[in-house]
Design a protein around this ligand. Structure first.
Ligand code: NAD
Length: 346
């Protein structure tokens, strides 16, 4: 039996996490869901957007399935945790739980329109440093600066994770992405460290690309790439580009993984424009749950959900509007659950 912390989140979060929960339950996995609140609504209800109850639950379960949480644009939105303050709930969780890598697969699914076929990428984004450490300031009224930090330790940790993960999922090729022609010390260290770690994994083919050249190649022939390893900022940008290659945000799952804890969440946000209308696409959240199942070794259930989802996508009868259909979130979820039941019966 598995214990999983479920954070419904804001906007469409409660709808799509409910779908993921129903689908996981229907796949024959024994899960106890510990539902805890975080996000803007929780902030209104409980006075804190990220209450201690979330950390207590994850300390026990070590696993979280997280719906998107809303961060108001423009306004200051402090998320306090102890004596530290973060700019959003998602960032606070990634930092506090030391989730050092963000894994984002991007692949074609049947029935989902995109410009390319045969795209099947796995992106490993370093999640703890680079320009995102939060050291940004106004030097004077007309000058702003941000500090970029790359360490050998964090680069080594993420490179090793990428190779181990590739080994587990049967991948062959890793492209290390950088801009070391300009950022010789920081990106240079990231590249050199990854190449050094690669020597311990001789079975993989390893190459490197400058990030701008990679972007051009990705939009011309994405099928030429297998796995990508990137520092934080490039990883953030390139993984959204990759989601665009295969059908957009509604189909992009993600995992944030550390040494003790792991948190799985869709790439999309809380989509306040469509919240509560039963029209959100639950696919990205369901695929995030599939990543969670594979992470805890429930691969049979993960494969089962993949098959059920693909069958529903192929038939196109019960898919949401963003996928060209007219089904609601609940109907699409029910269709996947029906396929799962049939799969288990056979
Ligand atoms: P968004 O992803 O919420 O929405 C962008 C567009 O995509 C919207 O038109 C929306 O309707 C659509 N969309 C998103 N998910 C969809 C789905 N599952 N099905 C169908 N359509 C979908 O991005 P945004 O509008 O920039 O952000 C809204 C809020 O979400 C902000 O407060 C932002 O801070 C937050 N956010 C949270 C996370 C997170 O918690 N990890 C990630 C990104 C954004």
């Amino acid at each position: 039996m598995h214990r999983i912390t479920l954070i419904p989140g804001d906007g469409i979060g409660p709808e799509v996490t409910q779908s993921a929960r129903e689908v996981v339950d229907a796949a024959g996995v024994d899960v106890t869901w510990d539902v805890v609140g975080a996000g803007m609504q929780t902030g209104r209800d409980e006075g804190a957007p990220l209450p201690a109850s979330v950390f207590r639950s994850i300390a026990e379960s070590r696993l979280a399935l997280k719906g998107p949480t809303q961060t108001p644009f423009g306004d200051a939105y402090p998320v306090p945790v102890g004596d530290r303050v973060y700019p959003s709930v998602a960032i606070a969780l990634r930092k506090e739980l030391q989730l050092f890598v963000n894994v984002r697969p991007a692949r074609n699914y049947p029935g989902i329109k995109s410009r390319f076929d045969h795209v099947d990428l796995v992106i490993f984004r370093e999640n703890s440093e680079d320009l995102y450490i939060g050291r940004e300031r106004m030097v004077d009224a007309d000058t702003a600066e941000a500090v970029k930090v790359i360490t050998r330790q964090a680069s080594e940790r993420v490179a090793r994770f990428a190779f181990d993960y590739m080994r587990k999922i049967g991948r062959r090729k890793l492209s290390v992405i950088h801009k070391s022609n300009v950022l010789k010390l920081t990106d240079g260290l990231f590249l050199k460290t990854a190449q050094h770690v690669a020597r311990e994994y001789p079975e993989f083919e390893v190459n490197q690309r400058v990030v701008d050249a990679l972007c051009m190649e990705l939009v011309i022939r994405p099928e030429a790439f297998d796995c990508l390893l990137l520092p934080n900022l490039y990883g953030d940008i390139v993984s959204d580009l990759a989601a665009g290659l295969v059908g957009g945000l509604g189909v992009a799952p993600g995992a944030n993984i550390g040494t003790r804890y792991a948190m799985f969440e869709a790439v999309h946000g809380s989509a306040p424009d469509i919240a509560g209308k039963d029209i959100a696409n639950p696919m990205a959240m369901i695929l995030s749950a599939v990543m969670l199942l594979r992470y805890i070794g429930e691969t049979v259930a993960g494969d089962r959900i993949d098959r059920a989802l693909e069958a529903v996508l192929r038939e196109r009868e019960h898919v949401t509007r963003d996928l060209g259909g007219s089904a609601g979130t609940r109907r699409m979820t029910a269709a996947i659950v029906e396929k799962l039941a049939a799969d288990i019966r056979n």
